[in-house]
Design a protein around this ligand. Structure first.
Ligand SMILES: Cc1cc2nc3c(=O)[nH]c(=O)nc-3n(C[C@H](O)[C@H](O)[C@H](O)COP(=O)(O)OP(=O)(O)OC[C@H]3O[C@@H](n4cnc5c(N)ncnc54)[C@H](O)[C@@H]3O)c2cc1C
Length: 386
């Protein structure tokens, strides 16, 4: 959506296909990073974005047993906004759509699922898509696969994927807040279990970190045992956790970390999770995806307008963005291994010593600032050049 907005704004005709009817889903993370807010400022949209309901996260706090540990501190960043805006992603996406629709060069087709590539003479020239009204062929000078970590387009294109084993999955559910909640912390670790609690105003979006493949066993033990487990990590949820009275309310999110060796083919480019699937560790994947979009727009908008975008231009996008993705994924894989053990050693997962080891590095002020930079801005900050 971000790339669609930037290209349309630069005078390039764009069609964005979205397979769902709306953006109202829970699986995306809620973080609008300082670097993204800076981009919104560069686009003259910051004030409007900040009028959307959000919470400002200036310092991350994590509860480890009964002790509160200070995590990344964004207040020292050089950006205009020294905080992460916690905002449901559907609000942010709807905002981008509203902005993009101001340009006659922008079209959004909802309920339109790309199912295959159209190729001519070894070059991708469009996509086939499924809609309510039947099949649609959309032709384009460039197809951008921004279809996330389960990208169908990268399968269809036969791209080579390098996979870095991840030992965790996430159970994603919501629990209502009660007036008595007085414990604002983004994550909680107790008895070797970890629970993320994102404050969304009147409820917590919760993410329970589990060992990969453990969900079936958890289900077999039953909902009562699951609820008790939640309360044992976050006792303040005791009064409302009974809302989870059906497994349908608990979504299994499969975590992956992988990367394409090559992000492009003639007529086709991948960005965001489709090029490099990020884990939730550090909450940085959205930032990376948006930075990819900005870099792609900066490098390609003029070429697309002139109709001369070739494979060398696409290679430049990968060259620009691969290093930040690679460095961030290396950190994520390191964190996973330190915290949960490697995939080949699943029984070590979530053992007691990991939180202490993993959180120690967050304790010194210098490292807290460094972590804030990596999470809040990332490795190669992009700026609007279109
Ligand atoms: C449990 C979990 C929690 C996370 N929490 C955070 C967090 O707090 N902060 C953070 O920065 N990152 C987080 N991440 C990572 C983050 O979600 C991703 O890195 C980020 O969303 C990638 O953005 P994207 O636009 O590339 O892909 P996505 O956000 O996955 O968007 C892809 C879009 O394409 C659409 N689509 C898919 N297939 C098709 C198709 N065939 N045709 C048409 N449309 C299609 C989808 O509906 C979706 O709208 C989390 C990841 C997980 C697994």
């Amino acid at each position: 959506m971000m790339l669609g907005l930037l290209l349309a704004r630069a005078g390039v005709e764009v069609i964005v296909l979205e397979k769902h009817a709306d953006f109202f889903r829970d699986f995306r993370g809620d973080t609008i990073h300082p670097s993204t807010l800076e981009l919104m400022h560069e686009l003259g949209m910051l004030n409007e974005v900040l009028r959307l309901p959000h919470q400002e996260l200036r310092r991350v706090k994590i509860k480890f047993d009964d002790e509160e540990i200070a995590g990344p501190d964004f207040s020292h960043l050089s950006t205009r906004c020294k905080f992460i805006a916690m905002m449901p992603q559907w609000d942010f996406l709807n905002f981008l759509v509203t902005q993009a629709k101001r340009y006659p060069t922008f079209r959004l087709l909802m309920n339109t699922e790309a199912t295959d590539l159209i190729e001519e003479g070894g070059r991708v020239v469009g996509v086939r898509a499924k809609t309510d009204q039947g099949e649609l062929n959309a032709y384009a000078r460039l197809v951008v696969g921004a279809d996330g970590r389960s990208s169908i387009l990268r399968d269809r294109a036969g791209m080579e994927v390098e996979d870095f084993g991840v030992p965790i999955d996430v159970l994603w559910f919501r629990v209502a807040k009660t007036a008595a909640d007085t414990e604002p912390a983004l994550g909680r670790i107790r008895n070797g279990r970890m629970l993320v609690t994102i404050d969304r105003g009147d409820y917590y979006q919760c993410g329970s970190i589990i060992r990969k493949g453990a969900f079936e066993g958890i289900r077999r033990q039953g909902l009562e045992a699951f609820r008790e487990e939640i309360v044992s990590v976050a006792p303040f949820l005791r009064d409302t956790v009974s809302e989870i009275d059906d497994w349908d309310k608990v979504k299994l999110l499969t975590v992956q970390v992988n990367r394409l060796r090559q992000w492009y083919r003639p007529g086709l480019l991948f960005i965001g999770d489709a090029a490099h699937a990020m884990s939730p560790a550090g909450g940085v994947g959205i930032n990376l995806a948006i930075q990819d979009a900005v870099a792609a727009a900066n490098l390609l908008a003029e070429k697309l307008r002139q109709g001369i975008c070739d494979t060398d231009d696409l290679r430049r996008v990968q060259r620009r963005r691969e290093l930040p993705a690679r460095m961030t994924q290396n950190i994520q894989v390191f964190i996973h291994r330190q915290m949960f053990g490697s995939r080949s050693d699943p029984e070590r997962a979530l053992s007691i010593p990991w939180p202490a080891r993993a959180l120690l590095w967050l304790l010194t002020p210098l490292l807290r600032r460094l972590a804030a930079r990596v999470i809040g801005i990332g490795f190669r900050a992009e700026h609007i050049r279109t």
